[in-house]
Write a protein that binds this ligand. Structure first.
Ligand code: PMP
Length: 386
């Protein structure tokens, strides 16, 4: 809104299509909401109980600005056990979720006008986050024909003398793509050749249904140029706790810690305790949850394959289905509107994730199979009549 009391930077709206969708969720009583990436799964009870016990025992204060040392030790143990990857305490910082981590990192590394390459379709907030840090987002188009993988040559073509970093997000929101080890190795090679930083948004790591997830930072030679954004939101069903972490070389961690001193100083102590307990119980927590999401996305995949004028790639990761709707002859926004108004199912138009998301809609499988069945039954009726 244009108002003299507002900064001119914010006179034109920055509300993302994702944020707009939230208001629509209450439009119909029988709505099935497949729009937002939030769990219908509640944080594990043992984690909640242990976190509250710790709170009663005094974890109610600011923590070290890098985070609770016990949590950082547990994160180090996790990377060592799962990936044989070594970290120092000075290379780990607890943050208030992945978005906060990304903001601090971009603020810490970008000079005015620096370019950040982002594979498109992309998690909607990246673009604005880069702009807030006075950088410029450069979109690297990925397409369904290549299973939304990154084409090394196209990546090379976008690199200029202003390119500072590349944001990677695998398993990917919104496409569900998982970059193969081969792709990651090629990207690592390009990063080294061109002295680029990789910002790896690893927040859906647990939701890898094929090849096991491998953080790019663990590839040889990548530690010194990779900043990993981790989060407990998705992998542990802890979105509301607002807790995540950043792994990076110590001078970067020192810099973002200084930036954060005037923002929120430290992540909430209770959430850090919850994260610590979640990490130490990760196997028992994640395996039933990931199994359930896997069932849902494969159920969704099978249903979409039978719906006329819709198609989707076999699921690889995350809990999203990025559905091709081009054959309907409608735009992403038109079909989303039709599905909302006629089927009372809320989805996100693909162009919310960048221009090349046009022709797609994103479905989040964050409701149970019974609700998914009802949603697909209703969508099928619409598509039968287009
Ligand atoms: N990155 C991606 C790709 C996401 O999908 C999300 C949340 N939907 C985030 C980061 C932010 O997650 P959080 O701040 O809850 O950790």
């Amino acid at each position: 809104m244009k108002h003299r009391f507002l900064s001119k930077r914010y006179w034109s709206s920055i509300t993302t299509p994702m944020a707009e969708v939230v208001d629509l969720a209450s439009k119909y009583k029988d709505i099935i909401n497949l729009s937002l990436g939030d769990h219908d799964w509640i944080t594990d009870k043992n984690v909640i109980d242990a976190a509250f016990k710790d709170t009663h025992q005094g974890h109610t204060k600011y923590t070290d600005s890098l985070g609770d040392p016990e949590l950082r030790e547990e994160i180090i143990k996790y990377y060592s056990e799962e990936y044989g990857y070594g970290l120092e305490m000075t290379e780990v910082m607890a943050v208030v979720g992945g978005c906060h981590g990304m903001h601090l990192v971009l603020e810490g590394i970008l000079d005015d006008g620096d370019e950040v390459i982002v594979p498109e379709p992309f998690f909607t907030p990246y673009k604005h986050q880069i702009q807030l840090a006075r950088g410029k987002m450069v979109a690297l188009k990925t397409c369904e024909e290549d299973s939304f993988q990154i084409d090394s040559q196209e990546l090379r073509n976008l690199i200029t003398n202003r390119t500072k970093a590349l944001i990677l997000n695998t398993p990917n929101n919104p496409t569900g793509a998982c970059y193969s080890k081969e792709t990651l190795k090629n990207i690592a090679e390009i990063a080294v050749e061109n002295d680029l930083i990789i910002i790896s948004d690893d927040i859906y790591g647990a939701f890898s249904y094929g090849e096991a997830f491998q953080p790019i930072t663990t590839l040889e030679g990548m530690k010194e140029r990779t900043i990993t954004i981790g989060s407990f939101s998705k992998d542990y069903a802890m979105t509301g706790w607002r807790i995540g972490y950043v792994l990076a070389p110590d001078y970067i961690i020192q810099c973002i810690r200084d930036i954060n001193e005037g923002i929120c100083f430290s992540a909430p102590s209770i959430s850090q305790r919850a994260a610590l307990h979640a990490l130490s119980r990760r196997r028992e927590i994640q395996s039933p949850m990931v199994d359930e999401y896997k069932k849902r996305v494969f159920y969704g995949y099978e249903r979409i394959c039978k719906i006329p004028k819709m198609s989707v790639l076999p699921p690889k990761g995350s809990f999203y289905l990025f559905v091709n709707i081009k054959e309907t002859g409608l735009t992403s926004v038109e079909i989303s509107k039709k599905i909302l108004e006629e089927a009372h199912v809320l989805v996100i138009p693909g162009n919310a994730f960048g221009k090349c998301g046009e022709g797609y809609i994103r479905l989040a499988c964050t409701v149970d199979i019974r609700a998914l069945k009802e949603a697909f039954d209703r969508i099928e009726v619409i598509c039968n009549n287009i």
